[in-house]
Design a protein around this ligand. Structure first.
Ligand SMILES: Cc1cc2nc3c(=O)[nH]c(=O)nc-3n(C[C@H](O)[C@H](O)[C@H](O)COP(=O)(O)OP(=O)(O)OC[C@H]3O[C@@H](n4cnc5c(N)ncnc54)[C@H](O)[C@@H]3O)c2cc1C
Length: 407
C-alpha cells in the first residue's frame, strides 16, 4: 500500500490525511506539538465563509495599511521595519493586484466545493464541532462601504455564490441580537460556522479509526527526496529518527515557507497575525442575547461565530509583524469593545488568543507538487483555511495519485 507522510496536524494536514486514508493510502502524520490543531487551527473566527472569498490584493488595502501605521488599535497593522522576507512578500502582493478579479472568483468556487465536502464529512463522521448552518451576514456602516461591497458581490456571484442585499430592518430580522445602527448588509444563507479545533480533533480521531498513524511531539527536521522514496528525519523525545515513505505532503502552516526553502521550492508564505476572543456566556441574559447568525463587520474587519449555547467567538485584525504570537492587550481590547458596542452580553469572562495566518501574496493556497520527486504541498490557505481545506485535500489527493501512478 502506498505510504504517505503528512507534515502538520492542523486543518490542512488532517483533512489531507482523511482524504488519503479514505482512498486506500497508508498515512502517517508528523506533528511537532503533542496534539493536533494547536497552532493556527486552534481558535480562529470559525467561519466557513465562501462570502469572505475576496482576495485582499487591492491598492486600497495598502493605502489603509499605510494610513493605520501609527494607530495601535487599527484592524490592519504593518510594521515598517526592514525584513527581506516581508518586503519581497509585499512586492509580490502588489504584483498580484492584476489578478484580483480572477483570484476572487476562483476562491469562491473552491469555497463552494469545500462546503459540500465539509458537510459530507460532518454527516458521515457525526462528531460534534458546533456546526451552525445559519448563514453569514455582512454589515456596512455607510453608503461608500456598501457601494464598494456591491462590486465585490458581483464577483462573488460570478463565482456562483448565492448572496443578497439586505436593508437595516432585514439585518435586525436576520439577527435580532444586534443592537447597533447599520446602513445595509449582504446575507449568504448557505454559509456556516463551527469550532475549527473541535473539527480538526474530531477528524483526527476519525482518521485514527481508519488507520492513520499520528506521530506527535515529532519535529520534522529534514526531508530527503529520492527517485524511489522520501526520507523523513525527525526529532521525537530528544532522539533523532528516520522513516521512509512513498511520498510526503507538506501542510506545515507558516512553517511551510522554511520547509519549502530546504527543498528549493518558493512557497512564499508570510505569517499574518490575527487575534480572537472567546466570550464565555455564563449568565442567562448573555446566552439569550449573543447572536447565532455569523457576522462580518466590514469596517472593523471582525468576524463572529456562536460555538454552542455558551461560547461566542470574535476574531479579527491582520498584523504584518513576523512570527511572534504574543497576545497584546491593545489588540484584544478593540474586540472586547466591539462586543460591548453591538450586543447586550457580559464580557467579564473572555479568553484571548493569537495565531498566524499562512498567507501567500496572491492569497491563493498552494496545492501542487514540488520540484523534488515525491514531495507535495497543500498549504498557504491564509485567512480561509477552515473554509477551503476540505476541497484542497481532494485536489492534492488527485495530484498525488497522478504523479505516483506515473513514477
Ligand atoms: C484570527 C484568525 C481568524 C481566522 N478566522 C478564520 C475563519 O473564520 N475561517 C477560515 O476559514 N479561516 C480562518 N482563519 C485562517 C485559518 O485558521 C488558517 O488558514 C488555518 O488554521 C491554517 O491551517 P494549517 O493547517 O495551514 O496551519 P496550522 O493549523 O498552523 O497547522 C500547521 C501544523 O504544522 C505543524 N508543523 C509545522 N512544521 C512542522 C515540522 N517541521 N514538524 C512537525 N510539525 C510541523 C505545526 O505545529 C502546526 O500544527 C483565521 C486565522 C486567524 C489567525
Amino acid at each position: 500500500m502506498t505510504h504517505i507522510a503528512i507534515i502538520g496536524a492542523g486543518i490542512t494536514g488532517v483533512t489531507t490525511a482523511y482524504e488519503l486514508v479514505k482512498q486506500g493510502f497508508n498515512v502517517t502524520v508528523f506533528e511537532k506539538n503533542l496534539y493536533p490543531a494547536m497552532e493556527t487551527s486552534f481558535a480562529n473566527g470559525g467561519q466557513l465563509s465562501a462570502c469572505n472569498a475576496e482576495v485582499w490584493n487591492q491598492k486600497s488595502t495598502i493605502a489603509k495599511g499605510l494610513k493605520w501605521m501609527s494607530q495601535k488599535d487599527a484592524p490592519l497593522l504593518l510594521n515598517p521595519s526592514f525584513n527581506l522576507h516581508k518586503y519581497k512578500w509585499l512586492m509580490s502582493f502588489l504584483n498580484n493586484i492584476k489578478h484580483y478579479e480572477n483570484n476572487t472568483i476562483a476562491t469562491v468556487r473552491l469555497a463552494l466545493d469545500a462546503r459540500q465536502h465539509m458537510f459530507r464529512i460532518a454527516d458521515e463522521e457525526g462528531f460534534d464541532f458546533n456546526l451552525e448552518k445559519k448563514g453569514i451576514l455582512h454589515f456596512y456602516h455607510n453608503e461608500y462601504e456598501f457601494e464598494v461591497a456591491k462590486k465585490v458581490n458581483q464577483l462573488l456571484q460570478k463565482g456562483g455564490l448565492e448572496r443578497y442585499a439586505v436593508s437595516p430592518d432585514e439585518i435586525k430580522a436576520i439577527e435580532p441580537a444586534l443592537t447597533g445602527q447599520y446602513y445595509a448588509g449582504f446575507y449568504t444563507p448557505e454559509d456556516a460556522t463551527g469550532d475549527i479545533h473541535k473539527f480538526t480533533r474530531g477528524l483526527a480521531a476519525a482518521c485514527e479509526k481508519y488507520g492513520v498513524k499520528f506521530c506527535l511531539g515529532a519535529n520534522v527536521l529534514h526531508i530527503q527526496p529520492h527517485q524511489d522514496r522520501v526520507e523523513i528525519h525527525y526529532q521525537q523525545q530528544a532522539a533523532e529518527q528516520q522513516q521512509d515513505f512513498d511520498g510526503v505532503v507538506i501542510c506545515g502552516g507558516v512553517n511551510s515557507y522554511h520547509l519549502g526553502e530546504q527543498l528549493g521550492d518558493k512557497i512564499h508564505i508570510y505569517p499574518v497575525k490575527g487575534y480572537s476572543i472567546t466570550v464565555n456566556l455564563n449568565d442567562e441574559n448573555s446566552v439569550k442575547n449573543a447572536p447565532w447568525v455569523s457576522l462580518l463587520d466590514e469596517s472593523a474587519k471582525i468576524v463572529t461565530s456562536r460555538l454552542g449555547k455558551d461560547r461566542f467567538r470574535v476574531a479579527g485584525t491582520a498584523e504584518f509583524n513576523g512570527y511572534n504570537k504574543d497576545i497584546r492587550h491593545d489588540r484584544i481590547q478593540p474586540l472586547v469593545d466591539w462586543v460591548n458596542k453591538n450586543f447586550d452580553i457580559a464580557t467579564d469572562n473572555v479568553i484571548s488568543w493569537a495565531g498566524l495566518r499562512p498567507m501567500m501574496p496572491d492569497m491563493m493556497p498552494r496545492v501542487q507538487r514540488s520540484r523534488q520527486a515525491r514531495v507535495f504541498y497543500n498549504t498557504g490557505h491564509g485567512h480561509l483555511g477552515f473554509t477551503l481545506s476540505a476541497a484542497t485535500a481532494v485536489l492534492i489527493r488527485h495530484e498525488i495519485q497522478t504523479v505516483l501512478a506515473a513514477a
